[in-house]
Write a new protein. Sequence first.
Length: 683
Amino acid sequence: MTDSTGHLLARIELLRARVRLLVEERSGADPSTGDEFRGLHVAPETALRLADGPPPEPGRDPEYERAVDDLADAAGADTRAHWLAAAFGLTGFDLEILLIALAPDLDRSFEPLYGFLNDDVSRRRASVGLALDLCGAPVTSAWARARFAAGAPLIAGGLIVTQDADRPFLSRALLVPDRVAAFLLGDDAVDDDLAAVVRLEDAPPADAPPADALLADAPPADVVPDPGGLAGRLRDGDPPLVYLHEDRPGAGVAAARSAVAAAGLPVLAVDPARLDAAQVPAVLREATMHGAAVIAGPLPDGALVRPFAEALATVPVLLAGSQPFDPGWCDVQPLVLDAPAREHAADVWRAELPGDLGFDLDAATATYRFAPDQIRRAVWAARDYAALEGAPLSAAHLHRGARLQNAGGLHKHARRIVPAVGWDDLVLPDEAAGRLRELVQRARHRDRVLGEWGLRSGGGRGRGVVAMFAGESGTGKTMAAEVLAAELGLDLYVIELSAVVDKYVGETEKNLERIFTEADRMDAVLLFDEADAVFGKRSDVKDARDRYANLESAYLLQRLESFGGIAVLTTNLRANIDDAFTRRLDLVIDFPFPDRTQRRALWEHCLAPPVPVAGDADFDRCAREFDLAGGAIRSAAVTAGYLAAAAGRPITMADLLAGARREYRKLGRLLPGDIPSLSDGAG
């Protein structure tokens, strides 16, 4: 912009000449001008003069108007005053009123002048009547008086505030907010009252790539309205009020940012949690002064939609929330769009982590459906963890930072497990291990296969991956789920059946709905342990209990169809799972009872360093003589560890035999005849 301050002060000096003329007119017509108490009382002569009729109204001043035009021609149209007029839709008459009201804030000498013209030394700001007089407009002009109405640009835009509402209309004082005066003088800082609520972000450079690929990868128009059309409307200067309904936190804000970035506009980001409805006009005024689009989200409810809708904004306002739009929120119908489901934003990850990383970034982040802000926070946290360890950034650091971005809504119904095991900890046959790796690939590539390629479309189906792990107790099902979560860089949430199942009709379904909804909104692996308790077979209806039990199963069948996350069901009794659930599973992995070779590997793994083991420990004998599953072998190893620790020595073969004997007794099985008793050396 050109020298806006110089132009503004020159306009004020022209106004001073206009004020001088009005002072001269008032001085000549008022016989009480020389009264030292003028402005503090009404002299009899003044009262008689006013009783005879109102003084003549000032007319237009052609010479003053020519001087204003000449000054505008000299300064050009690139001043802040001209920008403000264009942004708020002000007429030349409106701009003149604004400058009249602004004069005392720029030059203190206008205060006594206005006090004289108001005939009240205590009223040192321009009044509505004085502003009309200085503009040469009749005070009875409906058009001129309408410039001070609530819906007029000056008032609706928050550029002028009328005070003293109890006074007659013409006597009401005009106040220009400090933020408006500061902007006209060249200050671009956000209003102090909004500093904790909004953040101004500059428009991206003209040659910059889009903020992210969300809008470009949007589903077809029959599922989600064309977001590119929204960006086009913004580019064309059409400032719509938009409500973006999001299924996952951040998806609506990310879509709004993409559209605004494509339009090349700056952003005024609003924190709805801190915004009061009374601050909405100030927010829109700030956005209009900067030519920025307002983005607010995620909204906790629809309470803020009405204030934004009724504020008559001249800039785009894009609101995002997880609740479907309710027409009762406001009388104005906004443009309602479904925010595109977030895909793997590979470009954003690569932009935040350029260069050679030493690991496959795309594979490490494939399961995360984060917004750009979440990606940046995850990268910051990962770098902090790497610096803390003094090590190069790794995929593990990235996974640890990414897990911090999930909300904690599942903690009420599930137990969170941070994965601490890997593939080396899992002892499985080749077929089961291969299917588990296939499950990892399904989770990583589901957006491409189910979304981009459209191999699951229609019917409200989600992009979830659901698998069942079936096998006897202790065969490694839960550990496999933990390995899956570790490989994907996700947390594992084990659903607590006590927090789900309820004896009252319908409450179990409500609890499950809360779990599925939260799981859809975050990146995690959901584990339903002992799933046959919830996903059991439907039965013939013999009484009311059977009917409601079948309703519960029917609900689960429908909910699995629309689920968009990753879930694992484990069961010891596969035959008890309803066939309709099995059809909806992506994979069923059988966990067989370990054979002798696998049992030896399990014993060896459980007793690997740093566990102290004596030289007489014979893992081959343990595997040969004890027909135990992996969970029982670990329990036996723990028992042996306690026996050895109490005796103050390494774990011996006698300790291992004693631990195995305890497990056999717990399982109610007969002991092999050659197992020695504890008196033979187990202590």
